[in-house]
Design a protein around this ligand. Structure first.
Ligand code: SF4
Ligand code: MSK
Length: 654
């Protein structure tokens, strides 16, 4: 085993993570002399100027550093003020995040085109009902048309999401009318993603847009081009091609690995390779090959967001979130970790080398130095999958080091698509969000919170996610989850109907009546668009105002880390949602740009940003906002009566 230099400063592993399996592997890594991200994160001391975004390196007259404690004392060499510098930095994070999701969405759209053109044979359109509903939602007339014809028209229309240079993106037709009107008034309706991202990059160049108010419009437009653009295409077309999730029982945490099986982990964001891998591991040829090497079979598990997506659709077991991807390799039981795009830490390569694990990159956009690259082609998936399986089976046959798998798993229910939530609440014949709205209006459910996003080794893994969600459900706030946050709560046992006992009386009664958990897992981080659609459906169902900004809802990314998270935060705020980020935001307090994000946007009719580190404080901020919206809607008194009587029960179950 190749040894690495041990980190100097160590705190107990249980201080670095709430996850016992990850802590066990962190301890083992330390014993083995291997450094993983949880220790690197502790050792890294971020630059105190950069962490507040008070520096600029947009040209070589700088880099220029301003003093965050006295931000207006100095300007950059070009004269850029703190507000210009911070808004440009923030804008470039949004551009990168939006580009990531739009690139993903564009790939999914190309796969869809490959299927309808007949070039891709190994995937097909699975959900024709959803295809037709989606087409109708953006104004395509489906009357008397064959599915293929509708699919072609849908492709032509959705392609404009990326290529439009003027007009409005197709999915803006799904935005509640008054929310869209407000976007039009503010001049932020996205045209095409490529144009918005290009314009934002251009406007943040030295000497271009140097008024944070004006630049903010383009930042918002670029973020909306993510949530109502590429991300939404990724979610909706993935459902059409691979199936719309509905509740499915799945196990989470490292105990899903099996010592006597060939273990293959898939980690990343794009579903096609994972879908092909799922077919491959069930191929008798490879199962027999694995048995010949002494294995009992092949065990395929997911991690991070592609894992969350496959768990939602097919119940594939999940080994852990972004924060556990290096730790899981320390088990020695991973024969191959197969990755595609986004959130794949380069550190995986050195940890994989220490444990003789194959780290296999598969996407032409994302190679990693030291990893094996086997390109995945949608027109010929078998070529990549067969090679991966052969390597993983061979590695099992030559496993030489001791294996230690934490025997920890937790079962939970995943796969609450917005369609399923509608069906669950309203029944098969009258699926609707009206029962949810009714329960919000009568106060049993105080409001709805989206708790989403990454884990970040700056803080104890999972700790803010879990404490925050506990506090929210205790206060009758129904929680919707995606991404790595969903995995944090799944590991902690919150994604089961029995968790209703941790909820407040009103929410608990609704959960018990419907048979649902108080925390609903919706999928991966692109699946945040399911929350946008759910919020739009709540507006359309009536009784809770006319815009998303009127709803008693709030969002949070408690342990965020990526540029994608900033883009997601901005599209939720722009859509009308109060969105709190844990850990902190790269913005200097007391500046004009800070005031714009935290107050000014709300005055324009959007939502607003918030930030705090303590989960209880975050919960109080979100609940206070929900209560403020309830008061504005005139439903604040209704919470006095929260018990479900027999006639209410009949209504809920009818
Ligand atoms: Fe400095 Fe202005 Fe150049 Fe930024 S753009 S590095 S603030 S001179
Ligand atoms: S993977 S963006 S760590 S949620 Fe979507 Fe998880 Fe955050 Fe990546």
């Amino acid at each position: 085993m190749a040894k690495e230099i041990i980190t100097k400063k160590q705190v107990p592993a249980s201080d670095r993570t709430m996850c016992d399996a990850t802590a066990q592997m962190l301890e083992k890594a330390r014993r083995d002399g291997v450094i993983i991200d949880l220790d690197r994160g502790y050792d890294m001391k971020p630059c105190p100027i950069g962490v507040q975004s008070a520096c600029c390196k947009h040209c070589f007259m700088g880099p220029c550093r301003l003093n965050p404690r006295d931000p207006y004392k100095k300007v950059g060499v070009c004269g850029a003020t703190i507000d210009t510098i911070m808004s440009r930095n923030f804008g470039r994070m949004v551009a990168a995040g939006s580009a990531s999701h739009n690139d993903h969405g564009m790939n999914i759209l190309e796969l869809f085109k490959g299927i309808i053109d007949g070039k891709v044979k190994d995937f097909k359109i699975k959900n024709t009902f959803k295809l037709e509903e989606l087409a109708k939602s953006i104004g395509i007339d489906i009357e008397d048309k064959e599915i293929l014809e509708v699919a072609k028209e849908l492709y032509t229309e959705l392609e404009k999401t990326f290529s439009n240079v003027e007009g409005e993106m197709p999915f803006t037709k799904r935005v509640p009318k008054e929310t869209l009107e407000q976007w039009r008034r503010e001049g932020v309706v996205p045209r095409g993603a490529m144009r918005e991202i290009m314009e934002l990059m251009s406007r943040t160049h030295i000497g271009c847009d140097q008024d944070y108010n004006n630049l903010s419009k383009q930042i918002t437009r670029t973020a909306l081009a993510d949530g109502w653009g590429g991300s939404m295409i990724a979610t909706e077309l993935s459902d059409i091609m691979f199936g719309t999730p509905s509740p499915t029982l799945a196990d989470v945490n490292m105990g899903v690995l099996k010592e006597d099986h060939v273990n293959i982990i898939v980690h990343g964001h794009e579903p096609a390779m994972f879908e092909a891998m799922l077919a491959g591991v069930n191929d008798k040829f490879f199962i027999d090959a694995a048995k010949e090497k002494g294995a009992k079979g092949i065990n395929l598990v997911g991690m991070c967001c592609s894992g969350a997506e496959m768990m939602s659709r097919h119940g594939v077991p999940h080994a852990g979130s972004f924060g556990s991807t290096e730790a899981v390799i320390v088990t020695g039981a991973v024969d191959a970790m197969v990755v595609d795009i986004q959130c794949i830490k380069q550190g995986l390569a050195s940890v994989a080398k220490c444990y003789d694990t194959y780290l296999i990159t598969t996407n032409p956009r994302a190679h990693i130095e030291g990893a094996t690259h086997i390109e995945f082609e949608e027109t010929n998936p078998g070529k990549c999958i067969d090679d991966v399986l052969s390597k993983a089976i061979a590695r099992f046959g030559t496993r030489s080091m001791p294996v230690e798998i934490p025997q920890i798993t937790q079962s939970g229910i995943h796969g609450f698509s917005h369609e399923y939530i509608e069906y669950m609440l309203g029944g098969v014949y009258r699926g609707s969000y009206t029962p949810l709205n009714d329960n919000i209006i009568n106060g049993r459910i105080r409001g709805v919170a989206g708790v989403v996003g990454c884990t970040n080794p700056k803080v104890k893994q999972d700790s803010i996610h879990i404490e925050l969600v506990k506090e929210l459900i205790k206060n009758d706030v129904l929680v919707l989850q995606t991404g790595c946050s969903q995995i944090s709560l799944a590991k902690a046992g919150f994604l089961v109907p029995e968790a209703a006992c941790l909820a407040g009386d009103g929410l608990a009664e609704v959960c018990e009546t419907v048979g649902m958990p108080p925390v609903l897992g919706l999928g991966s981080c692109v699946d945040n668009t399911r929350i946008l659609i759910a919020a739009s459906a709540m507006v359309k169902a009536g009784g809770l105002g006319n815009t998303i900004a009127d709803l008693p809802v709030a969002g949070c990314a408690p342990e965020w880390m990526s540029e994608k998270a900033i883009a997601i935060g901005q599209y939720f705020v722009a859509s009308g949602v109060y969105t709190v980020f844990g850990i902190g935001l790269p913005i200097v307090k007391g500046t004009k740009y800070y005031d714009y994000l935290f107050n000014g946007m709300e005055k324009q009719g959007f939502g607003k940003w918030g930030t705090a580190s303590d989960p209880h404080e975050i919960a109080q901020m979100m609940i206070a906002h929900i209560d403020k919206k309830r008061k504005q809607l005139g439903i604040d008194k209704a919470r006095e009566r929260t018990l479900v009587d027999m006639s209410d029960r009949r209504q809920l179950t009818a």
